[in-house]
Design a protein around this ligand. Structure first.
Ligand code: PMP
Length: 392
């Protein structure tokens, strides 16, 4: 019996970019000590009081089917938070709770694209994007950004392929580059969306991790609230990756359609997890800053280490839990560099090529290990790059 072409073709063929990661995991399984700077997962676990609230509300009986759009109090809390942070009047009718940002990305594309519709996204990209777009039966169209622009997208290059497209997916603060889109970038993008009647799907799951500049939600730009679907999540902001809780924000009628989708797919998010998420959000901005603090600290460590050498250049590290390192001075591809670093020094990074073609000759480092070990690993990486660069 055959699988559908839709599911069999989800990955789109070719390398899935996880080769170095899988090799590292195999080495670890074989008992080798590997320093993993690969995936975006905090080195702390979900805070105990959040788990205690989860336990309390589950014991109190919130274990049945929960409201499919999401628990009212949680949607109200998110609406208030978004209204305060963006100035766009937002109510619970604009919000649906989802099992993580991943599910929100899928729902958003499913809601705006018909089968075969062109759905635009930017390279480098978060690894699951093309598969998510294909999963929603859209036709993913990739637009390159450039290292020389610090990976800020050029509006004219988006406009050049926008005619007839349905949607544009952006992500700021950005995974994998760590770049935060400037106001000028976002205004240019908004203009393209208005000119070409595009839906903007704005992935803002790193909005609490901004080290330089400010996060601007493009939904707040003129004429954008009616054409923007914002993807949010508790994974990164509250170290709740395993709780699988996020949301999508958009015009009321679109949220209604996505609630229909949820009714026929996820059937909502467990009530006790939503209650814990509400509790976590009510801990306020101070708690979010605490969760972000280790990355802010490690970014400073990286800036200090990188200032002392010339082989590795840092893409402006403005936000999110990653650093994008330019290793083109070595003459190696990101993939070859990452593999050699893994083999010689047992340090695992993600090749830039895992995220498309625009970040070729780069490696992404997740700032997700303890400060001292992080500094040592970075120093080793830089020394390795220097050896390779000088041996050319
Ligand atoms: N968007 C981006 C850019 C991400 O990096 C991730 C997770 N790594 C997600 C969305 C999905 O996160 P989650 O489903 O855990 O909310």
């Amino acid at each position: 019996m055959q699988a559908s072409q839709r599911i069999a073709g989800l990955l789109g063929g070719g390398s899935d970019g996880w080769g170095v990661f899988n090799t590292a995991r195999q080495m670890i399984a074989d008992g080798v000590a590997v320093t993993e700077l690969t995936i975006g997962e905090h080195d702390i676990r979900t805070a105990a009081p959040i788990l205690q609230e989860m336990h309390r509300t589950a014991l109190a009986g919130h274990t049945g089917y929960a409201s499919i759009p999401g628990v009212t109090a949680l949607r109200d809390e998110i609406a208030a938070r978004v209204t305060a942070r963006t100035g766009v009047e937002t109510t619970r009718a604009n919000i649906m709770i989802t099992p993580g940002g991943q599910s929100a990305l899928y729902a958003a594309h499913f809601a705006v694209c018909d089968p075969g519709d062109r759905a635009l996204y930017l390279d480098p990209f978060y690894a699951t994007y093309p598969g998510t777009l294909r999963g929603a039966s859209a036709n993913p169209v990739c637009i390159q950004t450039r290292a020389e622009d610090a990976f800020q997208p050029r509006a004219d290059e988006i406009a050049a392929v926008a005619a007839g497209a349905k949607s544009l997916l952006i992500n700021t603060p950005n995974n994998p580059t760590g770049v935060v889109y400037s106001r000028a970038t976002l205004e240019g993008i908004a203009q393209v969306c208005r000119d070409h009647e595009l839906w903007l799907i704005s992935d803002e799951v790193y909005d609490t991790q901004v080290w330089e500049g400010v996060h601007l939600s493009p939904r707040a730009l003129p004429g954008m609230a009616e054409r923007t679907l914002v993807v949010g999540s508790m994974s990164k902001s509250h170290a709740m990756t395993g709780s699988r809780i996020g949301w999508v924000i958009g015009p009321e009628d679109m949220v209604g359609h996505m609630i229909n989708l949820a009714t026929h797919t996820t059937y909502g998010v467990p009530g006790f997890i939503q209650d814990a998420a509400l509790y976590a959000l009510q801990l306020g901005e101070g708690f979010e800053a605490e969760i972000a603090a280790p990355f802010r600290r490690r970014r400073a460590i990286a800036q200090r280490v990188l200032a002392e050498q010339n082989a590795v250049a840092l893409v402006p590290a403005q936000g999110a839990m990653y650093l994008m390192l330019d290793v083109r001075s070595t003459g190696m591809s990101g993939e070859d560099f990452a593999l050699a670093l893994l083999k010689e020094h047992r340090i695992a990074t993600m090749p830039g090529e895992s995220f498309g073609t625009a970040a070729a000759g780069h490696v992404r480092v997740a700032m997700t290990i303890e400060d001292g070990a992080f500094e040592t690993a970075l120093k080793t990486l830089c020394a390795f790059a220097e050896t390779r660069a000088s041996g050319r």
